[in-house]
Design a binder for this molecule. Sequence first.
Ligand SMILES: C[S@@+](CC[C@H](N)C(=O)[O-])C[C@H]1O[C@@H](n2cnc3c(N)ncnc32)[C@H](O)[C@@H]1O
Length: 525
Amino acid sequence: MGFNNSIQPIERELPSHFADRLGFAYASSVSQEHKKGNGQFFTPIEIASLMASNSEFEGDSVRILDPGCGSLVLSCALIEHIANSNRNLKVVELVAYETDSNLIPVSEHSINYLKAWGAEMGINIKTQLYKEDFILHNADCFKETGDLFSKPIELFDIVISNPPYFKLSIDDKRTMVGKVVVNGHPNIYAIFMALSAKLLKRNGELIYITPRSYAAGGYFKTFREYFFKLIDLDKVHLFVSRKDTFGRDKVLQETVIIKGTKRAKPNPEVIISSSCGLKDLRTPLIKTFPKKDIIDLNSNEKILYLPTTDFEEEVLAIFKNWTGNLFKYNINISTGPVVAFRSLDYIRENFENGTVHLAPLFWLHNVKQMTLEWPLVKPNKGQYISIEDKSMPLLISNKNYILLRRFSSKDDKNRLIAAPYFCNFIKSSFIGVENKVNYIYRPKGHLERNEVVGLCALLNSILFDAYFRIFNGNVNVSATELREMSLPPLETIQEIGDSIILSNDFTVENTNSIVNQHLEPAYTI
Ligand SMILES: C[S@@+](CC[C@H](N)C(=O)[O-])C[C@H]1O[C@@H](n2cnc3c(N)ncnc32)[C@H](O)[C@@H]1O
């Protein structure tokens, strides 16, 4: 495909507006597959301006990096913002990267107009557009000791980017380069962010828009460790609706803008703003938090918490006050060992009495809030698993458990969906738990009935759901996050359990109201 540059700037048009029109026209001319393959979603002008407005740069000459530049809407918005707020600006050195060869003429067209505009404003804009992979081109930067002959790296005052988003395969060259900053199947955007942090000067500014998935979870743990050692967060803007942000390109992600600075001594506060999408972008909810409440760099997981409302702030405070957790109560959480497609020889659709011994097999669809619905007939989801020598590694002993879904769907009201399981449910020495379900247990010993019910009620409660959403933007519920989650004192959990058992009403409405009663006055909704 060749893009013809028939689109021309309108008289006195701002470069960012021109870039936005160019990007829009290009996006309309390529297929959804092309966009997906290149991780290509152009930033709407309103968001580009908001991102640019985060810069506080004051010098007369600035070096800017825009990796994955597209039509350069971000660089244009940034240079306009700096030129507006700083009349001394004389020289801009802009370095940009773009790998989509069809898009390059668009990038060049935009750059030419930006330079012409700069000349009229009395600003000398020098540009370098690399038609190369940003990660591979800068692969040496991750090496701590540059060898004798490697070129010194020229650093930047500001990096602004809306990077590509897609998962890289394990053997992708870029995965190899990013090994120090990401683990497992990395998403390309995390390597872009880490590299950008590395390429900043001291006190340089980093402005990025990405999915919020790096805020928590094991996949991004190494990344968080690396990135937040270099970058001190100043501001975060969260788009709380998935629909509107990149509406025209149909991106269904919870998106976040961060502005951070490469400084040694962190600022004590961070500003968090939020909006649903483009319509309320100019009237965001804004709150300031102590940095230590948003990210604890001394913690193991370094989770980034993003509360946006008064209610979420209150919820965060309650959890920060609790000092208990599963580990302290000698409770553990593991993932169900039955991987269905590898265990077909042992899974049975029907109960067969006789020579075969069968245990119940619990799948995700059996786990409902506060109840385990079993058996529940579904095609290809046998409700039994045979007990035999070879299936032993797949089985767990029949004890009291809490079964917790590892995934919720986007339509589920709650992220955490947990059901109690009691060992007297069935006369069997073993049970089976499928791999999309986590089970919570006491490794040496037994979970008491009131502990199972109390903990289960807490996990299903509005309070825990709200807390979970503050740091987890996706529908996965990881065991690691639950291990780190703070809990009220064990006695309170047991009392909640006792009250629910006594009421003999396991509906979520009732368990929720009992949870609230026990946690008051700390918490009221
Ligand atoms: C999410 S788009 C954003 C474009 C532009 N920055 C904006 O905000 O509108 C990411 C861009 O990065 C380009 N890209 C993808 N992989 C790249 C890589 N490895 N190096 C440089 N650019 C890349 C894509 O072609 C795409 O244009």
